[in-house]
Ligand binder design. Structure first.
Ligand code: ZN
Length: 264
C-alpha cells in the first residue's frame, strides 16, 4: 500500500524517529545496509535476509517494468521490519525531510521477506523513477501482482461478485480515486492485467506516466481505446471470459478423478 501524505502523520513521526537513529524502536536490535537499503529489525540474520531480498526484488522490478533502467539519483530506502505472525501490515511513505522512501513491514518472516516486501518495493522503484505522478490505481495494480495467493483469491472472489450481480465499479471514477477497499484493489489489478496483456509491462508503465493529466487521451494513444465507456465494456467482457475460462479449466482438472470413479 502506498500511503498518501495527508494520512500518515503518526507513521511519519515513527519513521523519523528511527531514521535519525537517535531513538530506535525497542525491538529493533539489528541493522543491515547496502547501497540501496538500510534495514532495522530484531536480528542480524533477518536484517541481512531482508537486505538481500530487497536487492533481488528491486533488480527484478526494474528489469520487468523499467527495462532495467536505474534512477538518476538514488538515496537509501529505510525498511523497518517487525515479526508478528498474527498481523500483516505494510506501508511505504516518503520522508518529508529527506525525500527518501521508508517502508514499514509487520508480519510473519515469510511475509516480510517475500510478498509484503516485494509489493512495497514496487512503490519504491516506481516512486524513485516517477515521483508521485503515477496514478494510484496503476501503482497498486502493478504492486499487487506480487501479493500472496490468498489476496489473489480474494480479488477473484470479488470479481466473481461483480459478474454474479452485474454490478461493476465505474473505471473513470476508479482512475481518479484512492485505492483502499478490496473492490478497488480487485478492479485496479484486473484492469491493469487487462491492459498489460495488450501491450506488455513497460508500455503500461509509460501509459500510466502519461495518463495522469488526460487518461482518456492516453487510453486512445496507447491502446486505441476510444473512450472510458469502451474500456468499461471491454474490461467487463474480459472479466467474464476470464472467469469462464478459469471455471472450465478447473472442471477439466477434476475430470480424471470423476472418470475413474465412474469407471469402477
Ligand atoms: Zn500498495
Amino acid at each position: 500500500m502506498l500511503q498518501g501524505m495527508q494520512r500518515i502523520k503518526g507513521l511519519i513521526a515513527l519513521v523519523i524517529l528511527w531514521s535519525g537513529t537517535e531513538c530506535l524502536p525497542a525491538n529493533a536490535a539489528a541493522v543491515a545496509s547496502s547501497q540501496q537499503f538500510y534495514v532495522l529489525t530484531s536480528s542480524s540474520r533477518l536484517a541481512d535476509k531482508v537486505v538481500e531480498r530487497a536487492e533481488e526484488y528491486c533488480s527484478r522490478i526494474r528489469a520487468e517494468w523499467l527495462g532495467g533502467h536505474l534512477p538518476a539519483t538514488r538515496t537509501p530506502t529505510s525498511i523497518y521490519v517487525e515479526i508478528d505472525p498474527k498481523r500483516s501490515f505494510a506501508r511505504t511513505v516518503i520522508d518529508p525531510l529527506g525525500k527518501r522512501h521508508m517502508v514499514w513491514l509487520v508480519g510473519s518472516e515469510e511475509a516480510v521477506t517475500d510478498y509484503l516486501l516485494h509489493h512495497e518495493l514496487v512503490h519504491v522503484v516506481l516512486g524513485a523513477e516517477f515521483g508521485e505522478s503515477l496514478p494510484v490505481w496503476g501503482n497498486e495494480g502493478i504492486a499487487s501482482r506480487y501479493d500472496n495467493q490468498r489476496r489473489h483469491d480474494l480479488r477473484q472472489t470479488q470479481l466473481a461478485q461483480f459478474v454474479a450481480t452485474d454490478s461493476w465499479p465505474d473505471l473513470k471514477t476508479l482512475f481518479e480515486s484512492p485505492v483502499r477497499q478490496r473492490w478497488q484493489y480487485a478492479s485496479a489489478v484486473s484492469v491493469s492485467d487487462y491492459l498489460i496483456a495488450q501491450g506488455g509491462a513497460e508500455k503500461f508503465v509509460r501509459f500510466l506516466n502519461d495518463s495522469s493529466t488526460d487518461p482518456a487521451h492516453s487510453l486512445n494513444e496507447y491502446y486505441a481505446i476510444q473512450s472510458f465507456s469502451e474500456l468499461q465494456t471491454s474490461w467487463q467482457q474480459h472479466v467474464r471470459e476470464s472467469l469462464d475460462e478459469k471455471r472450465s479449466s478447473e472442471a477439466v482438472a477434476t475430470l480424471p478423478t470423476s472418470a475413474s470413479r465412474y469407471a469402477r
